[in-house]
Design a binder for this molecule. Structure first.
Ligand code: PHB
Length: 398
């Protein structure tokens, strides 16, 4: 396109070299008719369920809404980083430099979102975080926005609930990396602030954790409840070991952010999950029409229930579509990030918006209890709503 404005090309046009001019102009014009999204998620390894949910949800959204927006064809280029940040960095670089993507999106874990951040800044490309949940992420590049959640959003709410519901002593079990530390710090602040006591703090490795030895320590500590954060995909294995170690019979309740009771895995957890209370941003049983339609369409397309990672992907692609509508199809990072600030819409999880100052998601947090539905399946049934909540992690750090 740049060539059109040069005197040389004007001369060529004036000379009537129309075929040549058309060739010069049409090549970049064609490229600009496509908006490319580099979707980087774990499709293999321990976090694969996150990538599959996000990929599924994006495909569903594009089937429902078409693959053209503001005159642009949307092309999604899917890359599997197996949740390893070195892969994320390399793939992000390749997508930006070789594929010339306009947007990078996905990021199943915090280290992946962080690895991409400096590249988003350098290339001035919008980075849409659809899964990772550590507070600090959005502060790492002015081009980052988020459609997932932060751990402090849910952890502060469950802490306040625990205090109010007679839970006096808690042992914590958290994944030993950034979102686990965020969950722990914000839970502790609210729970101890409300007079509760933490009697044991256990951190488990992120990759292939064996919970058994830690669960024995939990049993010995005899708290009223255990606060658990494990990332999406690990809750099933955690609950299996919880039962194997007899904790279901010990009277120690599981509480936490809802990641451990992910709808994706919940129905296979069995009786031990019944009655577990968690705070989270999404339940497949959220009683809105928007969610009923979403769950039905997702189930029809993929034969399984969507979990909270699917919703992060569904909202993430919606945000990109709406931003492109606002910019009239302009896909540079500065235009897109300006367009997302203050955006608000109804998600399957409920009403959400993007904080214009932090570019982070603002949303309700629901307290839910696992119960058997009329269909005999297990659901996180929401019974109290708090919000809209901005990320409390940022407020406490400043
Ligand atoms: C993260 O790595 O930020 C993360 C991953 C999965 C979760 C929550 C946080 O469920």
């Amino acid at each position: 396109m740049m060539f059109v404005r040069t005197p040389r090309l004007s001369r060529r046009l004036a000379l009537g070299s129309l075929i040549g001019a058309a060739a010069l102009v049409s090549v970049p014009a064609f490229a600009e008719d496509t908006v490319k999204i580099g979707l980087i998620v774990p499709m293999t390894g321990g976090q694969a369920s996150t990538g599959k949910q996000i990929d599924n949800a994006i495909k569903l959204y594009m089937q429902q809404n078409g693959d053209t927006v503001a005159g642009k064809k949307i092309e999604v280029i899917l890359k599997d980083d197996a949740a390893l940040p070195d892969n994320t960095k390399r793939l992000t670089q390749e997508l930006i430099v070789n594929d010339k993507v306009n947007v990078i999106a996905g990021f199943g874990v915090t280290p992946a979102a962080l690895a991409a951040a400096p590249l988003a800044t350098q290339a001035k490309v919008l980075e849409v975080v659809m899964a990772a949940g550590t507070s600090i992420i959005t502060e790492k590049s002015p081009y980052i926005t988020r459609t997932s959640f932060t751990l402090p959003q849910s952890s502060t709410v469950i802490a306040d609930w625990a205090v109010k519901n007679g839970i006096q002593t808690v042992a914590t079990l958290t994944s030993d990396y950034a979102p686990g530390n965020d969950a722990l710090a914000s839970f502790k602040e609210h729970f101890e602030g409300g007079g509760g006591k933490i009697v044991e703090e256990i951190k488990v490795p992120l990759a292939n954790p064996d919970f058994a030895p830690f669960l024995q320590r939990m049993k010995d500590a005899k708290p009223d409840a255990m606060f658990v954060f494990v990332p999406a995909g690990q809750g099933g294995n955690f609950m299996k070991q919880y039962v194997e170690r007899g904790l279901d019979k010990s009277g120690i309740k599981v509480i936490g952010p809802g990641d451990v009771m992910d709808d994706d895995l919940l129905n296979n957890m069995g009786e031990a999950a019944e009655g577990v209370v968690t705070a989270h941003i999404y339940s497949a049983a959220h009683p809105s029409q928007k969610n009923k339609d979403f769950v039905a369409a997702y189930q029809k397309a993929y034969g399984v229930r969507p979990g909270f990672m699917a919703v992060g992907g569904y909202d993430g692609i919606h945000l990109i579509y709406e931003a492109l509508k606002k910019t009239g199809g302009k896909a540079d990072g500065d235009s897109l990030i300006a367009a997302v600030k203050g955006m608000a819409w109804e998600s399957p999880r409920g009403p959400i918006s993007i904080d214009p100052e932090t570019r982070d998601i603002v949303q309700n947090v629901y307290i839910r209890k696992v119960q058997k539905g009329a269909d005999g399946q297990l659901y996180n049934v929401e019974f109290a709503t708090f919000g809209p909540i901005k990320d409390p992690g940022k407020a406490t750090k400043k």
